[in-house]
Design a protein around this ligand. Structure first.
Ligand code: MTE
Ligand code: MO
Length: 451
């Protein structure tokens, strides 16, 4: 009996979350919400999530339970496919990564695999826009050109870069501009990242500022333009895959690097080796892989990925799903604050009688730092502050720990909410909808079942 019921609401969630919500919460019209669960609704919802919802009194109407959200967010026709995720396999990578696309190759890291202080190669997400180039046989012969608005254009090999400039290492989050995109409703175009288009590695190379200074930037230089050797998916050599840039002051920050090593090992081909950019705090697309040229420009760069609604967000909020007005968009610069729970994993089952669970996670905030991380086990009715670590350097993520009480057996959701150094906290739902889904940073939730 219970089994059958569970199936049905689960399926309704997958096909029509609005209707499932109405059934569970006893909502009678599209607008009025009772706001809490009781009676048959509570029984149905508890069956669907696999246990009594301990804090049902504060469970808000309209909430798709974390235990079901993964399936529910997929369109009905893809729900079946979502239940059987495509296997991911790549040399040296954890098979637990989620494949988001194979042409170009894109894979994200489920939050629970981001539990290390520093994300190892094996768990680091992959994002390509074009074809993956073959690795060169002699990495130190790799050439980088610096040209454009400079007094002395440079052509340096990687070997020369290593000799001529001081080596520098930075712990920094690399985060795709579209991280969190899957949380937008209506769905936004692009790879459906949850929170795993991000990782924090130790990057080693030389200061980008030092190298740019060696080329003598002219006062007319205002923006960088980045070029790499990966071919466009079409195979047309005249078409650029991606070419983004940043304002000169961002490129001149102390932590912006030309990188040849990741976590003390030579930078692997899949992450842009032998040479990539690392421009921390901003969308990952600014951190060009297989970097072959930086051109300084006398105006904002206009390469692929710089124009239209690419890597841009609305200035004034737009009606979700409506046609964008290009004049209402600005370049996405610093990434927004985000906190994740890296332990326990979503869907964790704990032994009956467990009354407390230790939590771990990470939080970061683009150019800013994270001021506080809070967790809730009662759907946000009450919040508890976590122990938040300091960043090892600017742009590092901050690890946090906490322990929360589980007063009885049943279903819980653990919610995390990070607040940045300018007092901006994560919203409940992805805000500032935009056609390509940038900046979605709703609170992360994990479902935990006790008993
Ligand atoms: N040459 C090149 N650089 C690139 C890209 C690309 O497609 N080609 N993708 C960018 C994007 S969108 C992101 S999020 C990061 C991903 O880096 P990773 O694959 O090392 O995780 O690389 C950036 N640099
Ligand atoms: Mo990205």
């Amino acid at each position: 009996m219970a089994r059958k019921r569970e199936r049905s609401i689960d399926e309704i969630y997958a096909a029509d979350p609005e209707r499932a919500d109405a059934i569970a919460f006893g909502r009678t019209t599209g607008v009025s919400r009772r706001g809490f669960l009781n009676g048959a609704g509570l029984a149905a919802m508890s069956a669907a999530v696999g246990g009594t919802i301990v804090h049902s009194a504060t469970m808000p109407g309209g909430l798709i339970p974390a235990a079901l959200a993964q399936e529910a967010k997929k369109a009905p026709e893809t729900a079946a496919a979502a239940k059987a995720p495509q296997p991911f396999s790549f040399p040296g990578k954890d098979p637990g990564l989620t494949l988001l696309g194979d042409r170009p190759l894109v894979a994200e890291t489920p939050e629970h695999l981001l539990d290390d202080e520093t994300t190892p190669f094996s768990k680091f997400f992959i994002r390509n826009n074009g074809q993956i180039p073959d690795p060169p046989s002699q990495p130190d012969s790799w050439e980088l050109t610096i040209d454009g608005e400079v007094n002395t254009p440079l052509k340096l090999t990687l070997g020369e870069l290593k000799k001529r400039f001081a080596e520098k290492s930075v712990f920094a989050v690399l985060e795709c501009g579209g991280n969190g995109r899957s949380f937008y409703s209506p769905p936004a175009r692009g790879n459906q990242w949850t929170n795993g288009g991000a990782g924090c590695a130790k990057w080693t190379g030389v200061s980008l500022a030092e190298v740019l200074k060696a080329a003598g930037p002219k006062s007319s230089a205002v923006y960088t333009a980045h070029y790499g050797t990966d071919q466009h998916l079409s195979g047309d050599p005249k078409q650029l895959t991606l070419s983004r840039g940043v304002p000169i002051p961002k490129a001149m920050e102390a932590e912006a690097l030309l990188v040849w090593a990741m976590n003390d090992a030579p930078l692997q081909n899949i992450h842009g080796g032998p040479l990539r950019l690392m421009i921390p705090g901003w969308p990952g697309s600014a951190s060009h892989k297989w970097l072959s040229k930086i051109t300084l420009r006398d105006k904002e760069h206009d390469g692929p990925g710089m124009t239209g609604t690419s890597y841009r967000v609305p200035i004034q909020p737009m009606v979700p799903g409506s046609k964008p007005d290009p004049k209402n968009f600005k370049i996405l610069e610093s990434m927004p604050v985000r906190g994740i729970i890296t332990n326990p994993a979503n869907g964790t089952k704990l032994a009956a009688g467990t009354r407390e669970v230790a939590l771990r996670g990470a939080a970061w905030a683009g150019d800013l730092t994270v001021k506080a991380v809070h967790v809730s086990t009662d759907f946000g009715a009450t919040w508890q502050q976590t122990q938040l670590g300091a960043p090892r350097n600017r742009f590092d993520w901050q690890r946090w720990t906490a322990s929360v009480k589980l007063p009885s057996d049943g279903y819980y959701e653990i919610w995390v909410r990070a607040t940045d150094s300018q007092d901006r906290a994560q919203p409940h739902v992805a805000a500032n909808w935009n056609p390509q889904g940038y900046g979605g940073n709703p609170m992360h939730r994990v479902a935990v079942l006790v008993g």
